[in-house]
Design a protein around this ligand. Structure first.
Ligand code: C2E
Ligand code: MG
Ligand code: MG
Ligand code: MG
Length: 292
């Protein structure tokens, strides 16, 4: 745009950059204050085996609220926290909090079949040299079983060099913690990377689910992705399942690990008992049922 219309537009672009830099500074200060004042909380969304209807894990999702009012969604503020570097501090807080809350929940509710918990980890954070030690320390402090902790990484993890990613993945698996690949299909996806990185589960982005119950092409497409995951020993998991028909198609394809509003919305830990209770078949509806 600057090239097209000369100097006036260059000034505009410069102003935009200055505004964006100011926004980053202001948000960084606000996020630090939010952290300090305890305005972050976690919600948990069940991840289910849709064949049996039983939840086997929950995803921890960050919420920023001041006096009960949502300030901004994580999709909006996480990129800023990544840019300022604050995401590493936030990430450790999330991990510690999730392990504490799920540990207590498991002891009180399901000591025999404890839920696993997944935590979203930013690539900026996982690339820190102390990351693996920090994870080990948190697990030790809390006495959290490492095999119950899962770290979700995104495809940007692949923008580190593959050797470094594999090295971090291997170090984590030695600690006993699993890696899942989040939002597969939304970004730059190197299949070679998918094959080499030690990820247990591949979360298929919800954009794959569009029209799968009506469009045979869309259905064949996701069928081949599910097949691809299986062929390299990775378990596919469908994100953002909202409709009963989607659930049925996925089950027919042999992809039974699912997450989405059809089963439950993210809820505070106090409501998790209700959220993980399987719905009776006739009550299945993404809009109805138990929401936060
Ligand atoms: P994500 O990790 O892919 O999480 C799934 C998002 O989809 C969540 O949004 C969840 O509420 C939403 N979702 C779940 N089921 C459905 C459904 O059936 N339909 C639709 N339309 N959406 C569904 P949320 O909580 O707003 O989080 C957005 C993103 O923010 C996350 O995407 C993740 O990338 C990031 N995020 C959230 N918490 C954290 C965190 O603690 N650390 C980091 N680094 N990122 C986080
Ligand atoms: Mg996630
Ligand atoms: Mg996702
Ligand atoms: Mg996402």
């Amino acid at each position: 745009r600057a090239k097209k219309s000369g100097r006036g537009t260059v000034t505009m672009a410069t102003q935009e950059i200055v505004l964006e830099a100011r926004r980053l500074l202001r948000l960084d200060a606000e996020l630090r204050a939010a952290m300090h004042h305890g305005e972050f909380t976690l919600h948990y969304q069940p991840i289910v085996d849709a064949a049996s209807g039983e939840a086997f894990a929950v995803e921890a999702l960050l919420r920023w609220e001041r006096e009960g009012v949502v300030q901004m969604s994580p999709g909006e503020f996480v990129p800023y926290a990544e840019e300022s570097g604050l995401i590493s501090t936030i990430g450790l807080w999330v991990m510690r909090r999730a392990c504490l809350q799920v540990n207590a929940w498991n002891r009180a509710n399901r000591p025999d079949r404890p839920l696993r918990v997944t935590v979203n980890i930013s690539t900026v954070h996982i690339a820190q040299p102390t990351f693996v030690d920090d994870v080990r320390q948190i697990l030790e402090d809390i006495g959290f079983p490492p095999e119950l902790l899962i770290l979700e990484v995104t495809e940007t993890f692949a923008t580190l060099d593959l050797a470094a990613s594999v090295c971090i993945g291997t170090a984590l698996s030695e600690v006993g913690v699993s890696l899942w690949l989040d939002d597969f299909g939304t970004g730059y996806s190197s299949l070679e990377y998918l094959r080499q990185l030690p990820v247990e589960v591949v979360k298929l982005d919800r954009s794959f689910l569009t029209d799968i119950s009506t469009d045979p092409g869309a259905r064949r497409f996701i069928a081949s992705i599910v097949q691809l995951c299986r062929s390299i020993g990775r378990e596919p998991l469908a994100e953002g399942v909202e409709q009963e028909q989607q659930r049925q198609v996925l089950l027919d394809l042999g992809c039974s690990a699912m997450q989405g509003y059809l089963f439950a919305r993210p809820v505070p830990v106090e409501h998790l008992v209700d959220a993980v209770r399987p719905l009776p078949p006739q009550a299945r509806d993404a809009d109805g049922g138990r929401t936060a």
